[in-house]
Design a protein around this ligand. Structure first.
Ligand SMILES: [Zn+2]
Length: 325
């Protein structure tokens, strides 16, 4: 028999990361990377994904003599956007050049003669944690990923729960402040406008605009509101006032969101992921404290709150796992 393999593709706003993944062990045999390039045509993007897959496959044969393409069961793609899983179409992806209704599965399947499955990035990262990360041996948990926005994947009875119409898990749009700040979804006061990395950048930007000195002043992209997790960690290390203020505020709101998830869904475990959680332990600790303080007594004591384990390759490993589920 031997192990089975699948190609996993993490299709993000800045890069495409393809890898040949051992579906039994979760190990990555080989990987290849290309820039996404936001300006190009949709068909160009598919060509680029195909080329990235080709590179990863070529490397797999080179690094492992035992790897045979006949053990390859398919290709999984996890995309940062809304997907039509049944037809393998990327419906909308604001971060991938505003790509709309792009057929992904069909052209890739035709080129490689393999089944191709498409999922969204949060869903596949959750699959990765379920099989090989912090969700192993837990059949009931919620993964929350904090980045430029906040997304979540729900696992119920060992399977991804997608909801009645396939949109479950939009925890970033849980409303925490009535008539609060405007959100990218068109609503107001959503959790991700208060607790994401973008929210932290906005707080710091506000301080700068109001004349406060902060070490983050030359690290923030004021036009795009981008602030890297590493810079935030460094600011916190030296007790930079604005950084402390921004982190504390975001962690409190995240804790409020977590408490609602705990009360409503009663997961056995909550797994927190994303660069900010990895780089800033204090952010995780504060959010956990706030969540336990606010959630109902029994689930507050029992629910485990842990960090995601798969890091940079979560999307690639998880996408390959679409062929297993
Ligand atoms: Zn929203």
């Amino acid at each position: 028999m031997g192990d089975k393999f699948a190609v996993g593709v993490d299709l993000g706003g800045t890069k495409i990361l393809a890898g040949v993944v051992n579906l039994t062990t979760g190990q990555i045999l080989s990987a290849a990377k290309k820039k996404t390039r936001v300006v190009e045509e949709g068909s160009e993007l598919v060509k680029r994904i195909a080329a990235c897959i080709g590179d990863a496959l070529q490397d797999a044969a080179a690094v492992d003599a035992k790897f045979e393409s006949k053990k390859l069961v398919g290709i999984g793609v996890g995309a940062a956007g809304m997907v039509d899983r049944e037809n393998g179409i990327l419906l909308a992806a604001a971060n991938i050049g505003g790509t709309n209704d792009l057929a992904i599965a069909e052209p890739l399947s035709a080129q490689y003669g393999l089944p191709v499955k498409l999922g969204n990035d949060v869903e596949v990262a959750t699959l990765g944690e379920l099989y090989f990360g912090a969700g192993r041996e837990c059949d009931n948990f919620v993964c929350m990923f904090i980045g430029t926005g906040i997304g979540s994947g729900i696992v119920n009875n060992g399977k991804i729960y997608r909801g009645g119409y396939g949109t479950a898990g939009e925890v970033g749009h849980m409303i925490v402040v009535p008539d609060g700040l405007p959100c990218g979804c068109g609503g107001y006061g959503c959790l991700e406008t208060y607790a994401s990395r973008t929210a932290i950048a906005k707080t710091v930007l506000y301080d700068i605009q109001h004349g406060m000195d902060t070490v983050l002043a030359d690290k923030i992209d004021a036009n795009k509101g981008i602030l890297r997790s590493k810079a935030i960690a460094q600011g916190l290390e030296i007790n930079d006032h604005s950084t402390v203020r921004a982190i504390t505020q975001a962690a409190q709101y995240l804790g409020i969101g977590l408490a609602s998830v705990i009360n409503f869904y009663n997961p056995k475990r909550i797994i927190l992921g994303g660069g900010l959680v990895e780089a800033v332990p204090h952010f995780f600790d504060l959010a956990e404290l706030e969540a336990r303080r606010r959630a109902l007594r029994i689930p507050s004591r029992k629910t485990e709150i842990v960090r995601a384990e798969l890091g940079d390759y979560a999307g690639t490993i998880g996408a390959a796992l679409l062929l297993r589920s």
